[in-house]
Design a protein. Structure first.
Length: 230
């Protein structure tokens, strides 16, 4: 069971309330988490999003060219001695890219983010107060506080949207539930169709009521006898 669009929206809205306004601990991460939900990005891909790789029009859909990731491995395990190492796309040959369409709501969020915070020296959209790469610990702490703000007590103890990565699960499941072509969803997500359907085709929270409405609507359409003259 993954978060439905109502719950995802409430969670993303709640992120901005985490921490004080001046330090913007939560506000700096609204667009980061939104990228996982609206574009299906992995956390290490969202961390690496840079403005030159984006097309963010004033209206309509945008586009992101994903070509690198910044996974956190620790100083001992990176080539640079930093906590993050720059790598290519997961399970893809070096130099391969992926084009991800950005829905209008995400485009607007990212435009607002750039207007409020600018970019890091290398063009990254999401960074700490000191311009550093956002760490795993930082965004997980913010997400933990976000769930407590956004979800009712009955759901905070459940696995629903437990981890930031679950936003990606929710995104891909939502696209599939909307009837999107699995091959297109897999392309956007950077997965094979087989992995997509086995790992990400999860039920949205309270989807049963949505399906009930659709079934009821179809049955109601056949309540009247057919017009044999047509």
């Amino acid at each position: 069971m993954v978060a439905n669009p109502y719950q995802a929206r409430d969670l993303l809205n709640a992120v901005s309330y985490v921490g004080g306004y001046r330090r913007a601990r939560g506000r700096r991460l609204v667009g980061f988490f939104a990228g996982m939900y609206y574009a299906g990005l992995r956390p290490e891909e969202a961390v690496a999003v840079a403005l030159p790789d984006c097309r963010l029009p004033r209206a309509g859909w945008g586009r992101l060219i994903v070509h690198r990731t910044l996974p956190q491995a620790g100083k001992r395990w990176t080539d640079t001695g930093q906590y993050h190492d720059e790598r290519g796309l997961k399970n893809r040959p070096p130099g391969e890219t992926r084009v991800v369409p950005l829905p209008p709501h995400l485009v607007a969020l990212w435009r607002e983010h750039v207007a409020a915070f600018g970019t890091a020296d290398d063009g990254r959209l999401f960074f700490t107060e000191r311009g550093r790469i956002i760490s795993y610990t930082t965004y997980h702490r913010v997400w933990h506080e976000t769930r407590a703000l956004a979800l009712p007590p009955a759901l905070t103890s459940t696995p629903l949207a437990k981890r930031p990565y679950d936003l990606r699960h929710s995104a891909l499941s939502t696209w599939l539930c909307a009837g999107a072509d699995p091959a297109e969803v897999a392309q956007r997500a950077g997965n094979s169709v087989e992995v997509l359907l086995s790992r990400y085709a999860k039920c949205l929270y309270d989807r049963q009521s949505i399906n009930n409405q659709r079934i009821e609507g179809l049955l109601s359409a056949y309540d009247q006898p057919p017009d044999l003259d047509q």
